[in-house]
Design a protein around this ligand. Structure first.
Ligand SMILES: Cc1ncc(COP(=O)(O)O)c(C=O)c1O
Length: 403
């Protein structure tokens, strides 16, 4: 499948749908993904991993194929490195609530984290959360981060950073951060919600202990995500979903958890979700993530160049679109991003997102409480769509004076 065929396979845009540029929130689904979900419900609607009949075996096979596909996509060793979750948030919560913390433990995050990679750590009573701040130029400050790690000393237990930010599309030097975390004997979690869906990521090269992402942000079904780690790393976590399928032995006197991933995946799985995941990951493995990334940067370049000099507009992050992936996040002096978002839909059929994007602390710190207007693309978006988005914003800026 190439990018053109991918676009044609997405029913909601191939049939004169809107210009959808809200992909950092959730992506659209190609027909094969929808068909795979439908196949589960109409042809094999049963339990995986336990039933020996034909339907059950088919579900088990599909589930393993989905795990294998994910492992391949992110450069993990294999299916046993994948824990399915509902989303990135649940995957991070599994780690944050699963660690046996000690009083005084320190977790380092950055000032551009999504609430999902901030609140779970801040909820831990014995943990102190420290924040590494972004450089003046909008880039990750490796020196300051290393300094913070050194100051934390032996209390540093976890470094939890978003690989790419939904705020502005910028990325951190993930491998270097991992090396620093390891030099300080800390665990390293990567929130990969905005990286794995958009560009090549090799988890083994980066050296993270845990990697969390959402499959609904990569053309898969809603309510599907993954936590990648090692079976030994999973063994260190207390399950937040203990119960059926998590134990190898259970009697009235006690129980023994299964080792590795299974003890974190209690209860009946989201089988239809596994079918859709299997299909989405197959498409991405075929497309190549390099192609996905390049298309998004082309789109971002057009939008960034088109809006950067408009009255009152400034783009969050470094000037180069290459450094901001598929995200153009625009601060609007004297104008309301929500109004723009609504008018873009009503007058031009363009779907963009306005507000704080769950990165509230960054907007509060920067005294921009209305948030930004954010365009986020995916592999099926076209350069023509980017040009239309620029024309639409230009028209709105000319029509709506600053307040
Ligand atoms: C960087 C980042 N982390 C975490 C999340 C949370 O993802 P989910 O809502 O799928 O759990 C998002 C969602 O936009 C995100 O962009």
């Amino acid at each position: 499948m190439n990018l053109k065929q991918l676009r044609e396979s997405v029913p909601t845009i191939s049939e004169n749908g809107p210009i959808y540029l809200d992909n950092a929130c959730v992506t659209l689904r190609p027909q094969p993904v929808i068909d795979a979900i439908n196949h589960y419900y109409t042809r094999e609607p049963s339990c995986g991993g336990r039933s020996a009949h034909k339907w059950g075996m088919a579900v088990t096979r599909t589930e393993f194929s989905a795990r294998d596909g994910i492992a391949k996509l992110v450069g993990a060793e294999g299916a046993s490195n994948v824990v399915f979750s509902r989303n990135t948030t649940q995957a991070i919560n599994q780690v944050a609530h699963g660690i046996n913390w000690s009083k005084g433990d320190i977790v380092i995050i950055s000032d551009k984290e999504h609430n999902s990679n901030s609140i779970p750590w801040r909820m831990q009573e014995s943990v102190e959360v420290k924040v590494t701040k972004t450089n003046e130029d909008g880039r990750f400050d490796l020196e300051q981060f290393e300094q913070l790690c050194s100051e934390a000393g032996s209390n540093l237990r976890m470094v939890a950073l978003s690989h790419s930010r939904n705020l502005d599309g910028t990325s951190i030097p993930a491998k270097e951060c991992g090396k620093i975390a390891k030099d300080h004997d800390a665990l390293y979690l990567l929130d990969a919600a905005q990286s794995v869906p958009h560009r090549p990521v090799n988890i083994r090269e980066i050296g993270a202990d845990f990697v969390a992402f959402s499959i609904h942000k990569m053309m898969g079904p809603s309510g599907m995500g993954a936590l990648i780690g090692s079976p030994e790393g999973f063994d260190q976590l207390k399950s937040i979903a203990a119960g059926g399928q998590t134990v190898s032995h259970s009697s009235l006197d006690g129980f023994t958890f299964k080792p590795g991933a299974p003890h974190l995946e209690g209860g009946l799985g989201h089988y239809a979700g596994y079918y859709g995941t299997n299909s989405a990951v197959k498409i991405l493995n075929e497309l190549s993530m390099e192609q996905v990334h390049n298309r998004e940067v082309e789109i971002n370049t057009i939008i960034s160049n088109g809006v950067k000099d408009l009255d009152g507009m400034s783009i969050i992050g470094p000037e180069s679109a290459e450094e901001r992936g598929g995200i153009t996040s625009i601060l609007m002096e004297g104008r309301d991003p929500h109004q723009f978002s609504m008018l873009l839909d009503e007058a031009f059929g363009i779907y963009a997102r306005s507000g704080l994007h769950c990165v509230d602390p960054w907007f509060h710190e920067n005294q921009t409480p209305r948030g930004s207007l954010r365009f986020s693309s995916y592999a099926y978006n076209t350069l023509d769509e980017a040009k239309l988005a620029v024309e639409a914003i230009t028209e709105l800026v000319e029509a709506i004076p600053r307040s």
